[in-house]
Design a protein around this ligand. Structure first.
Ligand SMILES: [Zn+2]
Length: 438
């Protein structure tokens, strides 16, 4: 009897690469695997696949076969299992059992009908009658789940992987948005978001990041059994831009500071949205709907309908509701005689009198009232006078490292900044080499 390895679909570069080095933690070609006891790290009886899968079949005592594939768009645990098992009833039982373990392991709502992350790898091992022996699904290197039939019962468990962090450095130039630039060098969106978050009080990446700016990051990369699996903390980042100048962020006792020990966290955010482009600036402009010249009392940020709008600082809501041309409108009073106003919202999440924290969601971008397209109309007032929000030198209270910790901070800052000097510029990688990396 010969066991057959069926590889359905996908012969992409990334996938082939997977066969060559991932066999150790993902049992692709088990010779009739028996499940490990809970806590055991790997299926030691699995032979790692090191050659193309089809040639890698070897005799199994019971004529087992293994199906290996990746989840496509809309695939669910149930759809994957029921497509490969002879009867729906057993697919249902296994789905229920495995889904509950996956929900626990992933720590988020999950059931058999939850769409699987596209590209999640799975294997299904069947006996000669086509009944399930074991199935494995890998959402990412840190989240690998198994289910096995043991006599009459189904046992599901999460594979224990050793999670580890390594400190790494990277240096790149901006070509396109921050997100695009990070992805161009083969890194994940998550890293771009972390950097944008670190500098959120000082850099408005939408309007101030320019092509050719450089960014250097000292960060933790997470490894699951020696395979890259996301990011940890950004320990230090230096951004040098034409418009922004040089900005430095050093993580020290859970906050970010510049090289002089001044905290980056400020009372006012640079902008009320994470994703936008400025479509109309403050001052005189020709109104596209009224077709007259008017003074534009704020700034218009173009953003997709439904983009969350944040309060730029903590404060109290003084108005929340419909206000003529402004549509759904929210006004927030802040300390120091400042006020921010947000117009054309699709939805409002706050009420008059409510206390808000900085970056609390107050609504969603929309086009209610007099608006030619979805955008946020944003106004800034100082002592009841309209001011250009883009020019406002907001009076920010600056906080410094505690004097007693200053010595320690200087050591940490020097050490991290030194690690970032001389890091070679990483050039954008091509699609082919990107695929090979994954
Ligand atoms: Zn406007």
């Amino acid at each position: 009897m010969v066991s057959v390895v069926i590889v359905a679909a996908l012969v992409a570069g990334a996938y082939l690469h997977f066969f060559t080095d991932a066999g150790a933690s993902f049992p692709f070609s088990c010779n009739l695997p028996s499940p490990p006891l809970p806590g055991e790290q790997k299926l030691s009886e699995c032979r790692p696949s090191s050659a193309p899968a089809v040639e890698n079949s070897f005799p199994g005592p019971s004529g087992s076969q293994e199906i290996v594939d990746v989840a496509g768009q809309g695939d669910t645990l149930f759809s994957v299992l029921s497509a490969n098992l002879p009867d729906e009833a057993s697919a249902k039982d296994i789905t229920l059992n495995l889904a509950s373990v996956m929900q626990q392991g992933l720590n988020e709502p999950f059931d058999g009908l939850t769409p699987l992350k596209q590209g999640s790898r799975y294997s299904i091992v069947l006996d000669r009658e086509g009944r399930l022996l074991q199935t494995t699904i890998e959402i990412d290197p840190a989240n690998v789940f198994h289910a096995a039939i043991e006599g009459e019962t189904i046992r599901s468990w999460k594979e224990e992987v050793v999670l580890d962090f390594k400190v790494e450095t990277i240096c790149f130039q901006l070509k396109g948005s921050l997100t695009e630039s990070v992805m161009n060098i083969g890194e994940g969106v998550e890293l771009a978001l972390k950097v944008a978050n670190v500098f959120r009080w000082d850099i408005d990446f939408q309007s101030e990041a320019k092509r050719g700016d450089t960014c250097r990051i000292l960060f933790e990369r997470r490894y699951a059994d020696d395979r890259p699996s996301g990011y940890g903390r950004v320990l230090c980042a230096v951004y040098e831009g034409k418009k922004t100048g040089k900005k430095t962020a050093i993580l020290f006792s859970n906050s970010y500071y510049d090289e002089n020990g001044t905290e980056l966290k400020k009372d006012f955010l640079r902008s009320p949205l994470s994703v936008m482009r400025i479509t109309s600036r403050y001052g005189q402009r020709f109104h596209p709907i009224l077709r007259t010249w008017r003074h534009h009392q704020g700034v218009d940020y173009g953003a997709a309908q439904g983009t969350p709008v944040w309060a730029v600082a903590s404060g109290v809501v003084t108005f929340a509701g419909w206000q003529g041309d402004y549509g759904n409108y929210v006004c927030v009073k802040h300390d120091g005689g400042y006020e921010s106003r947000y117009g054309h919202l699709k939805r409002i999440f706050v009420q008059k009198g409510q206390r808000l924290k900085q970056r609390q969601r107050i609504g969603l971008v929309g086009m209610t009232g007099l608006a030619s397209g979805p955008h946020l109309h944003y106004e800034w007032l100082a002592n009841n006078k309209h001011t250009n929000p883009l020019n406002v030198k907001m009076v920010q209270t600056l906080r410094s490292v505690h004097p007693e910790l200053k010595g320690r901070f200087v050591t940490v800052a020097q050490e991290r900044l030194t690690r970032l000097t001389g890091v070679a510029l990483k050039e954008p990688v091509t699609r082919m080499s990107l695929a090979a990396q994954r």
